[in-house]
Design a protein around this ligand. Structure first.
Ligand code: C2E
Ligand code: CA
Ligand code: CA
Length: 310
């Protein structure tokens, strides 16, 4: 049932969010009602801004912004997911090309649903899109969730290898939410491992989680992957993940996902913050009070313009 009809039905209960329907998704894809936000990833050693993850939102004409957890699972039950993946790839790579013109040499990570890995044409399709925007393949990373169970492992491996042959990076996403059967990773061409945010959140209070993360970091590095910690919300989590050997960090502590035209302004504030942190370190010795500096960073956020036209 389309959402406007459901809204009438549920209008007595303001808390009830009507589920989106298949028919709404068809319209959303036809009219491209989607927007893509970008969340920065930071190198834990150099504090350099190295990469963004593209995260889709549905700008629904009645419901407003709908988060992906409310519509991606529905889209994955039908072919609609392919239409959404295509829109996100084109939007994110066009944005990536605009950043490159401005001198921002970032990797762009895009979430690919497991269902899309059943299409043997996928490597060629993504390659054609990246070529059309002149974005080098090695600046594009495709994130594939660990929880996805392939029906035909041999066929999927062929597609994954096809993506790697084209030069794309592959990230194993949400590590720790599925079976984490690392034996089956042997021979899989992943270049990046992303630890799920649930583990980052419990790591500061739970020894078992810390052991799991240590094992992942060690295994990831042994397999030639770089390891990313997702969902870092606090300084102690940031410090722990850096100390445990994660190569990159992502989370609200650094930045929330934002529209593409705000990234340049964010980077300006981030670089100003790093400059201030360096001065602070020179004056106060090697132990930087990052809490104080984070306060400064958040104040800078309100001083600098958040929107730059690019
Ligand atoms: P994910 O791939 O695990 O993406 C990370 C999610 O964690 C994002 O939620 C992000 O906004 C959120 N996040 C980032 N930092 C923090 C933090 O510090 N704390 C907390 N609590 N959350 C944080 P989002 O954008 O709502 O996306 C949810 C999921 O939807 C994604 O999880 C991904 O599985 C899926 N998704 C998003 N965009 C796409 C897309 O274009 N295609 C497909 N197939 N799936 C997508
Ligand atoms: Ca992801
Ligand atoms: Ca995750």
């Amino acid at each position: 049932m389309p959402v406007d009809k459901q809204l009438k039905k549920t209008s007595d209960n303001a808390l009830e969010t009507p589920a989106v329907s298949d028919a709404d998704l068809v319209i959303a894809i036809r009219e491209n009602q989607f927007v893509v936000h970008y969340q920065p990833k930071i190198d834990t050693r150099t504090l350099e801004f190295v990469s963004v993850e593209a995260l889709v939102r549905w700008n629904h004409p009645i419901l407003g912004e709908v988060i992906p957890d409310k519509f991606i699972p529905l889209a994955e039950q039908s072919d609609h997911i392919h239409g959404i993946t295509d829109i996100v790839l084109r939007t994110a790579l066009e944005q990536s090309a605009q950043w490159r013109e401005l001198g921002l040499d970032l990797r762009t990570s895009i979430n690919i649903s497991g269902a899309s890995l059943e299409d043997p044409d996928l490597p060629e399709q993504i390659y054609n899109i990246s070529r059309s925007f002149d974005v080098p393949a090695d600046k594009v990373v495709l994130e594939i969730t660990e929880t996805w169970q392939s029906q035909d492992i041999a066929a999927t491996t062929l597609i994954l290898n096809g993506l790697v042959e084209k030069g794309f990076g592959l990230a194993l996403d949400d590590v720790g939410t599925g079976h984490s059967n690392f034996a089956k990773l042997d021979g899989m061409p992943y270049s990046e491992m992303k630890l799920d945010k649930t583990h980052i959140h419990s790591a500061t209070v739970d020894e078992e989680t810390r052991q799991f993360i240590s094992m992942c970091v060690e295994l990831g590095h042994e397999m030639g992957m770089y390891v990313v910690a997702e969902g870092i919300e606090r300084q102690d989590q940031w410090e722990m993940m850096s100390a445990m050997g994660c190569d990159e960090g992502q989370g609200y502590f650094i930045a929330r996902p934002m529209p593409g035209d705000q990234i340049q302004g964010w980077l300006k504030r981030w670089n100003t913050y790093l400059g201030l942190a360096e001065n602070h370190q020179r004056e106060s010795g090697p132990k930087v009070n990052l809490d104080e500096m984070t306060g400064t960073f958040h104040r800078l956020n309100s001083i600098f313009p958040t929107k730059l036209d690019i």
